[in-house]
Design a protein around this ligand. Structure first.
Ligand code: MN
Length: 283
């Protein structure tokens, strides 16, 4: 299933160029009391939501996908994890461009660990990316986003795929500079997830997905997740060795080559095989 959150926090299923409104499935979620447990309640209850959604689909209202504003399908992750330098061709372009490297030297695999992006940076494709620092270089990074489906701690790579709820297209937006990643990549609107959460059963080969990103119709990034240095399962194992992962946690798996600056007025179109396509405006 392809779950999306749209307009006034409605829950939908994307079906081609339509959104089927299955918001009544949200009745499956419990009344919440403080303190909330970590993670996203929709993902905690995804099995029940899927069953309810299937029963609601016949007769449900549908809208044109183009007519709704898509938000992040994950509303409340406990964290957004980033993977630096996870494609060789991006590492090569970064090391040959001081506008990206800012004096950093080439890391060995895993040497930079992972980084965290502020949850407050998270938006969906229907919400514009807002450039705050016009005098700095602001880059797009196209990434496969993995959404965790259950509590995961010290998970070996061999069983890591069982921890995945699904996948989405991710944009790890970045201010280039010498500051640490969590600072430069956590501005409001600098984490985009969309157009939907595609459940794991619909993505049998997450480490073999074509991906593309264009800016104003010009292709900038074109790659495949088979070129990941740490693949999906290895990233989950690595992340879960340092952090407990909770349902709804997002791992942005890293960007291939072709990153580049964007500015207000630009439009990004991004697609990943088995997931779909999303259009995001820059303001
Ligand atoms: Mn990135």
């Amino acid at each position: 299933m392809k779950f999306c959150r749209f307009s006034e926090d409605r829950l939908g299923l994307i079906d081609g160029d339509r959104v089927i409104d299955i918001s009544d499935a949200l009745a499956e979620l419990p009344d919440l009391r403080w303190p909330l447990r970590p993670g996203d309640e929709l993902i905690w209850h995804l099995d029940a939501i899927e069953k309810k959604a299937a029963s609601l689909m016949p007769g449900a209202l549908a809208y044109d996908l183009a007519s709704v504003a898509l938000k992040s399908p994950v509303a409340n992750p406990s964290k957004i994890i980033g993977a630096p330098a996870n494609y060789d061709d991006h590492l090569a372009e970064a090391m040959s461009d001081q506008g990206i490297a800012h004096g950093r030297s080439k890391p060995k695999l895993g040497e930079w660990g992972l980084f965290l992006k502020a949850n407050s940076s998270l938006i969906g494709p229907g919400e514009d990316i807002k450039i705050k620092f016009l005098d700095r270089r602001n880059d797009h990074e196209l990434e496969l986003a993995v959404v965790i489906g259950k509590i995961a701690k010290d998970i070996p790579a061999a069983s890591a795929i069982d921890c995945v709820a699904g996948y989405a297209i991710g944009l790890d937006m970045t201010v280039r500079g010498s500051e640490v990643q969590s600072f430069r990549k956590s501005l409001d609107t600098f984490s985009v997830i969309g157009p939907c959460l595609v459940t794991r059963d619909e993505v049998p080969e997450p480490n073999s997905l074509d991906m593309h990103l264009s800016v104003n119709g010009q292709i900038r990034q074109s790659s495949n997740t088979r070129l990941l240095r740490m693949n999906v399962e290895e990233l989950i194992a690595f992340a879960s060795s340092f952090y407990t992962l909770y349902p709804g946690d997002i791992i942005m798996t890293g960007t291939p080559a072709g990153v580049g600056p964007i500015q207000p007025g630009d439009t990004i179109v991004a697609d990943i095989q088995n997931i779909g396509e999303m259009t995001v405006a820059i303001t």
